[in-house]
Design a binder for this molecule. Structure first.
Ligand SMILES: Cc1cc2nc3c(=O)[nH]c(=O)nc-3n(C[C@H](O)[C@H](O)[C@H](O)COP(=O)(O)OP(=O)(O)OC[C@H]3O[C@@H](n4cnc5c(N)ncnc54)[C@H](O)[C@@H]3O)c2cc1C
Length: 438
């Protein structure tokens, strides 16, 4: 109770309830963290809570710090193509804000309406347009972060070049709230491409889809915004659930589907058609003729939540490997899953050109078979594929922290912990996320 009233003195009584505090400014974040550090009180920072690795669930005695009031959007600097926004601003609100000035914020993902810029920074979010714009890291021109002791560390200069010492903002990108609380981000924008066009293509094999993706990348790199891959089980389940009895845009009998998007102003439609003509091995396809049809194709790709609700238990994975290693690796996962006593269903999709596959594996836990057996089927074969990573874009959280050693060596994990101790000696920031060597 004492800590709640001390926090209420800082942010106002209406912004503290059930050990959740909602600061309204950087200064209030700083005062809250200084207090919590002093009291050695653990704190969990939450944005939109769309993270997929169980990182924002507070345990008994942990204070939740919500960024929901830090939503300020400053005027867009059209000349420098930058915008300063509060950490709690929703990704979609920032995209719309930049769009009003004819600019685009390049990071995009299915959770755009709920996730926050602070969460995107803290997870180094990827998404469907990494191919064109890079991950969150490549789109950050400056950051303001509050350290555990309340120190405000600010680099909002937005200079494209600044080698005067370390680029400190970088260590907070992808740090999952373990090094500081992001309060503001200066985002780099790009010219808006104006128009978009998408096509859904079916292929008889992974190799045929890979060849098509390579052709698109080599000939249309300047205008290609996305090449998303779906394996049959994912496409069939999401498309049928969304469209019910209506016909599917492409039959669900093919092994592999690519969703291709081109954005190139007035030439967009012509370029998409030219790009499609350049491809070999397309077994079937549908080109969106209207914005609504394009949105419907993307809704199929973004409907992973349908899978979440399709089985008693669903585990999500997010591995990174070279695109050329996908096919062989997936066969090994399927073989390993088939050997388990309990049947399971594997749904795979992802960002083909980034070498990033998302798996969702649905099963019914029973007879002593739990999550570990499934994890073993995914991570065991991954060890044979190098280079690879257990987390391409979702981070570690609680869910993957016991597997960190599979993708980082002992020296890397040691330096992560040293950095953490240096910036947060009281160990209050997201202490439930632990970086453990084997
Ligand atoms: C339907 C759906 C689709 C998704 N698609 C993608 C995708 O394509 N690519 C991708 O990368 N992710 C994807 N995600 C995952 C998720 O949306 C991202 O990880 C997102 O960046 C999290 O933002 P958030 O605001 O919800 O963060 P939260 O879930 O609230 O928090 C995530 C982590 O960041 C920390 N954090 C949050 N805010 C701050 C802050 N201000 N300062 C410091 N730490 C903070 C939290 O403590 C936690 O560790 C998807 C999720 C869903 C539900």
């Amino acid at each position: 109770m004492k800590i709640e009233s001390a926090l209420a003195d800082i942010v106002g009584a209406t912004h503290v309830f059930d050990l959740t505090v909602r600061p309204g400014s950087t200064e209030e974040v700083a005062r809250c963290l200084a207090l919590l550090s002093h009291e050695k009180m653990p704190v969990v920072t939450v944005g939109g809570r769309t993270g997929l690795v169980d990182a924002t669930r507070a345990e008994d005695g942990q204070v939740t710090l919500s960024t929901e009031r830090l939503t300020g959007l400053h005027p867009v600097d059209v000349e420098r193509r930058q915008v300063l926004c509060g950490a709690g601003a929703k990704l979609e609100a920032v995209q719309d804000w930049a769009g009003r000035k004819g600019l685009r914020f390049g990071v995009d993902l299915g959770a755009r309406g709920s996730c926050t810029i602070g969460g995107n920074v803290a997870t180094n979010a990827g998404g469907s347009r990494v191919l064109r714009y890079g991950m969150m890291r490549q789109n950050i021109a400056g950051l303001e972060v509050v350290l555990a002791d309340g120190t405000v560390l600010s680099d909002l200069r937005g200079l494209p070049k600044n080698n005067a010492g370390y680029d400190l903002k970088q260590i907070f990108v992808g740090s999952e709230g373990t090094l500081g609380v992001v309060t503001q981000a200066l985002l780099q924008l790009a010219p808006s491409p104006g128009a978009s066009a998408s096509a859904l293509l079916a292929f008889a094999s992974f190799d045929a889809a890979m060849k098509a993706a390579d052709t698109l990348r080599s000939r249309y790199a300047q205008v290609l915004s996305a090449v998303e891959i779906m394996w049959r089980s994912y496409y069939a389940r999401t498309a049928r659930a969304l469209l019910k009895d209506a016909p599917l845009p492409v039959s669900d009998e093919h092994p592999i589907y690519l969703l291709v998007q081109i954005e190139a102003g007035e030439e967009t439609n012509d370029l998409l058609l030219a790009a499609l003509e350049a491809l070999d091995g397309v077994a079937d396809g549908a080109v969106a003729q209207t914005a609504a049809q394009e949105a419907a194709l993307w809704a199929i790709r973004d409907a992973s939540e349908i899978i979440e609700h399709s089985h008693p238990r669903v585990l999500s994975f997010d591995v990174s490997l070279r695109p050329g290693d996908f096919a062989q690796y997936l066969v090994k996962v399927e073989v390993a899953l088939a050997r388990l006593p309990n049947p399971s269903t594997l749904y795979s999709f992802g960002h083909l050109c980034d070498g990033n596959v998302h798996f969702m594996i649905g099963y019914e836990p029973s007879g002593g078979q739990g999550d570990e057996a499934i994890e073993h089927c995914v991570y065991g074969p991954l060890a044979d594929v190098q280079p690879s990573s257990i987390s391409a874009e979702h981070g570690i959280g609680r869910e993957k922290m016991h597997h960190l050693w599979r993708s980082r060596d002992a020296a890397e994990i040691d330096v992560m912990n040293r950095l953490r101790r240096a910036l947060d000696p009281a160990g209050i920031l997201n202490p439930h996320i632990r970086f453990e060597a084997l």
